[in-house]
Write a protein that binds this ligand. Structure first.
Ligand SMILES: [Zn+2]
Length: 291
C-alpha cells in the first residue's frame, strides 16, 4: 500500500470521531445565551431532578449518564454558576459549572411604524398581558420526551443572529432573543421537532405567533407568521407544517423569528442544528442554483 493510502486509513477513525463531535446535539456552549451540558450520574441509578434558580432543567440519558441540558440566559453571570440536583431520595447537592464570556455584536434597525418602537399608553396593557402569556408558555415543564436534534423550521436566509444587542430607531432595546430567517411571505414553516401546540395568537410585537412545547422545558416560538395552520392542543410531528412566513408585528420585511427556550430562558437556536443545516442558511440558493 502506498503512503497516501496508509495515511488516509489512519485518518478515517479520526474523521469519524470528528463527525460524531459535530453532529452531537445540542452543542455545548457555556456562555450567556448558550447551553451547559452537565453529567450528573450513571443511568443505572434513578433519574435525578435539577434546578437552575427556580426553573427545573431538562435531563436526558446520554452515553450512560443522566445529563442536564441547562439553558443559560443572556443575563447569566460569567464565572461559577450552580445547579441544584435532587436525588429520588430527596438528597440535594450543588453542582458548580463555569460560564465563559461572550460578546454579541450590535445591530441598528429602523422601524417605520413608530408605535412599534414607542407603543401608545393604550398598547401597554396588551403588551404586558402578552408578556405574561409568553412567560407562561416558556416556563412550562411537561413530561413529554424531548427530541433535541432539530431540523430547520424553514428554508431561507439567516438574516439575524441570536444575541445581537439591538437599537430600534437609535433607542436601545432588549437583545435579540432568537434567530431570524428571511423568506418570502407564504413560505412553509415546519416544526423542527415533535411537540404540542400550547398557545397561538396575534401579538403586538411578535405578530401571529405559535408556541410549541417539546417537553421538559424545551419550548420553541415562531413569530411574524402570515397564517397559523395549527391550534392549541394539537400534537405535531417533526417536519409537520404549522404555519407560513409573513410580516405581522414589528418587522422590516417577511421573515421567521424563531426562539428556543430551555428552563424558562432563551438560548441560541443554532446550538440545536447540525452544521449542514446551518450551512444551508448561509447559502439558501445554493441547492437550486442553475446556470
Ligand atoms: Zn427576530
Amino acid at each position: 500500500m502506498s503512503m497516501p493510502h496508509k495515511f488516509l486509513l489512519l485518518l478515517l477513525p479520526l474523521l469519524y470521531l470528528f463527525s460524531e463531535a459535530v453532529t452531537a446535539l445540542p452543542r455545548e456552549q457555556a456562555v450567556p445565551g448558550g447551553i451547559a451540558l452537565i453529567n450528573l450520574s450513571n443511568t443505572d441509578t434513578p433519574k435525578p431532578t435539577a434546578h437552575l434558580g427556580k426553573h427545573q432543567v431538562l435531563i436526558r440519558a446520554h452515553e450512560g449518564q443522566w445529563q442536564a441540558v441547562v439553558g443559560l440566559s443572556l443575563e447569566t453571570a460569567v464565572g461559577t454558576n450552580t445547579l441544584q440536583v435532587t436525588s429520588t431520595k430527596g438528597e440535594v447537592k450543588r453542582v458548580n459549572f463555569k460560564v465563559k464570556d461572550k460578546r454579541y455584536p450590535e445591530t441598528h434597525i429602523t422601524i417605520k411604524d413608530k408605535r412599534k418602537v414607542n407603543p401608545y399608553k393604550d398598547d401597554l396593557e396588551r403588551i404586558y398581558s402578552e408578556q405574561r402569556r409568553s412567560r407562561t408558555a416558556f416556563n412550562r415543564h411537561s413530561e413529554l420526551e424531548p427530541d433535541v436534534e432539530f431540523i430547520l423550521p424553514i428554508s431561507g436566509r439567516l438574516s439575524g443572529n441570536f444575541g445581537r444587542r439591538r437599537f430600534f430607531n437609535k433607542q436601545p432595546r432588549k437583545p435579540h432573543s432568537g434567530m431570524d430567517i428571511a423568506a418570502p411571505t407564504g413560505t412553509e414553516v415546519i416544526s423542527p421537532a415533535a411537540g404540542k401546540i400550547v398557545d397561538t395568537g396575534d401579538f403586538f410585537f411578535n405578530g401571529n405567533t405559535i408556541f410549541v412545547d417539546h417537553g421538559q422545558g424545551l419550548v420553541t416560538m415562531y413569530c411574524h407568521l402570515d397564517t397559523i395552520n395549527v391550534k392549541k392542543g394539537d400534537m405535531v410531528k417533526q417536519g409537520e407544517k404549522i404555519a407560513t412566513v409573513g410580516m405581522t408585528g414589528r418587522v422590516t420585511g417577511p421573515h421567521l423569528h424563531w426562539s428556543v427556550s430551555l428552563n424558562g430562558v432563551r438560548v441560541d437556536p443554532a446550538l440545536f442544528m447540525s452544521s449542514e443545516a446551518l450551512e444551508m442558511l448561509d447559502a439558501p440558493n445554493r441547492k437550486i442554483s442553475k446556470k
